[in-house]
Design a protein around this ligand. Structure first.
Ligand SMILES: Cc1cc2nc3c(=O)[nH]c(=O)nc-3n(C[C@H](O)[C@H](O)[C@H](O)COP(=O)(O)O)c2cc1C
Length: 325
């Protein structure tokens, strides 16, 4: 059986799963494992280190992987895109900012242009920009995002694509960690899913074991969207975005006192960085979404993809949808 959608056909992949380009966590090993498992693996380009990016493309070897950028950050160091494009990525994924200055270069090398959005308004802009794939990201997601929920944003964007007659494909992101979520995403009108948190908790991800243990012990209730983590890291994120993490003592200490924390300045940033280096999960953030409540172990990415697809196939097969025998 195969779960065939327009995404699998258009991208030439087996399963309608794209791994999120997770900053610091998604290197070449994870991306190539997801591609080998039949999905599309993406390397996280994070805040810009060209040498790291090239090293991770080399790590992925011959696997057909892509990469992602935090768009507002790439705008400060646009040459990084050329370094990525030199590796002939299968796709380039942009989120959190205006991708218009970069879209043409991505298309020129034949890579798929994937634009992640958090609102209907931005989805429309992405469609007009000529995205090959729009990713509608709900607030359940791990990492940065906004306020809309996956369950309503995905079908609203699907309707906008249909009404406008666009050939653009749609993926859902935010809270998809098992076959129920994947099946639901397809039923909402998506052609596939972007999976972050579940693959963050994989053997191939670049994540400290203590952070993984913290997320596995947590439920969705224990996660929170907040700005403390970015202030602690010294990142100047645009106001509209915050970041979902598993709560810990550090977040609890500063939540609601962000101005005071900013005023604490360099000392606080150093304390956070030292906690992260030491793998101290009471300080460093486990960057995982509400899916924390659905994640009970760390497994190889290939097994995670197979389990997601197997469960979705059986659910959708019963519904008589999408599954080809
Ligand atoms: C650890 C982590 C880091 C992330 N970093 C990025 C990033 O650098 N760029 C990006 O576009 N999205 C990033 N995201 C968000 C993902 O693109 C995606 O929307 C999200 O993971 C989907 O929700 P889920 O975590 O519930 O699967 C990150 C997510 C996680 C969990």
């Amino acid at each position: 059986m195969a779960l065939t959608t327009r995404l699998t056909e258009r991208l030439g992949i087996e399963h309608p799963i794209i791994s999120a380009p997770m900053a610091f966590a998604a290197g070449g090993r994870l991306a190539s494992a997801v591609t080998a498992a039949g999905g599309l693996g993406l390397i996280g380009g994070w805040y810009g280190d060209g040498d790291w990016l090239e090293q991770e493309f080399r790590e992925a070897g011959n696997a057909r992987v892509g990469c992602g950028f935090i768009t507002w950050s790439l705008a400060k160091a646009p040459h990084l895109l050329d370094r990525a494009l030199a590796h002939r990525p299968r796709a380039v994924f942009f989120s959190f900012g205006d991708a218009a200055p970069f879209a043409g270069d991505v298309k020129a090398v034949g890579a798929a242009l994937i634009l992640q959005v958090q609102t209907l308004k931005d989805a429309k802009a992405a469609l007009d920009l000529g995205a090959d794939v729009v990713v509608a990201q709900g607030a359940e997601a791990g990492g940065h995002g906004e306020r809309r929920a996956t369950l309503t944003l995905v079908p609203e964007v699907a309707d906008a694509i249909a009404r406008g007659g666009y050939g653009t494909l749609l993926c859902a992101a935010g809270g998809i960690a098992d076959g129920r979520g994947l099946a639901a995403a397809l039923m909402l009108g998506a052609d596939g899913a972007v999976v972050g948190s579940r693959l963050w908790a994989s053997s191939e991800a670049l994540v400290h074991r203590n952070m993984l243990d913290r997320a596995i012990a947590a439920t969705g209730d224990d996660t929170v969207r907040q700005k403390v983590t970015d202030i602690a890291r010294g990142y100047d994120w645009p106001e509209r975005y915050d970041i979902r993490v598993v709560r810990n003592a550090y977040v609890d200490r500063w939540l609601g006192r962000e101005e005071e924390m900013r005023a604490a300045g360099e000392g606080e940033r150093q304390r956070y960085a030292a906690g992260v280096s030491a793998g101290d999960a009471s300080i460093g953030a486990a960057i995982c979404g509400e899916a924390a409540g659905l994640i009970h172990d760390v497994r190889p990415a290939g097994e995670i993809v197979a389990a997601l697809v197997g469960q979705a196939e059986s659910l959708l097969g019963r519904a008589g949808r999408f599954v080809r025998t």
